[in-house]
Write a protein that binds this ligand. Structure first.
Ligand code: 13P
Length: 249
């Protein structure tokens, strides 16, 4: 059984003060909820605050990005060692906004995924097609390329632990989510690709999330799909009440 995993991707939202009040309110609502795994991915500046406030809870901490070197002259970057030191367990890698605005390539993403595992962090590896790619019938090719290149050279024991977030770019922040069954079809495709690259045992262990305009009203449509094991939530994770409604659904 794959344990469902709901992750909040706050993107570039929330100061430390706003973070503190979110976590206080969320803890009030969620108590010691453990039925699904819950991961909060705040901006780097709030990681320290969140790790302190989550100490006695079942909720996990994740970062939104990471560089692949341990340390060095890389102004503005954050290393895996720094994330481990803050008790981060997860790190989002290859989000479409990073691919789009920060020139991340499948090759860079592959390096980051390998680095994350080397330092004991679990990547939430994002893949997804753009609208024009979907319209041209290229979804399968794009996903295959992203998954294959992202996982290149990764040993089996790592792959089975990875979380993959299928986030169609056109559904992110638009209010137009994918249909449950369409997302399920892509999640199935991802599992088939992993099955071919590795084996079906490994493929069946990988957790696959859906992301893109998830909200308390549509979450059940995704969680009830056979191949979808959770959600990566942007906008609707910024308010404790709506994030909690998604988590407990
Ligand atoms: P929204 O939920 O705001 O569409 O964002 C999805 C996302 O990009 C999560 O990583």
């Amino acid at each position: 059984m794959r344990k469902k995993i709901i992750a909040a991707n706050w993107k570039m939202y929330k100061t430390c003060t706003e973070t503190e009040s979110f976590i206080a309110e969320f803890k009030n609502l969620a108590g010691n909820y453990e039925e699904k795994e819950v991961v909060i991915c705040p901006p780097f500046t709030s990681l320290f605050v969140v790790q302190n406030l989550l100490k006695d809870t079942p909720f996990k901490l994740g970062a939104q990005n990471m560089f692949w070197e341990k340390e060095g002259a890389y102004t503005g970057e954050i290393s895996p060692v720094m994330l481990k030191d803050l008790n981060c367990e997860y790190v989002i890698i290859g989000h479409s906004e990073r691919r789009q605005y920060f020139c991340e390539t499948n090759e860079n993403i592959n390096k980051k995924i390998k680095t994350a595992f080397n330092w004991g962090l679990t990547p939430i590896f994002c893949v997804g097609e753009k609208w024009e790619e979907r319209e041209k019938g290229k979804t399968e090719d794009i996903i295959r390329e992203q998954v294959t290149k992202g996982l290149e050279g990764l040993p089996m024991e790592n792959v089975e632990k990875i979380v993959i977030a299928y986030e169609p770019v056109w559904a992110i922040g638009t209010g137009h989510s994918a249909k449950g069954e369409d997302a399920n079809e892509v999640a199935k495709l991802i599992r088939d690709i992993i099955s071919t690259l590795y084996n079906s045992d490994i493929a069946n262990k990988v957790r696959i999330q859906y992301g893109g305009s998830v909200n308390p009203q549509n979450i059940v449509e995704f969680l009830s799909q056979s191949e979808i094991d959770g959600a990566l939530v942007g906008g609707a994770s910024l308010k404790p009440q709506s994030f909690w409604e998604i988590v407990k659904s």
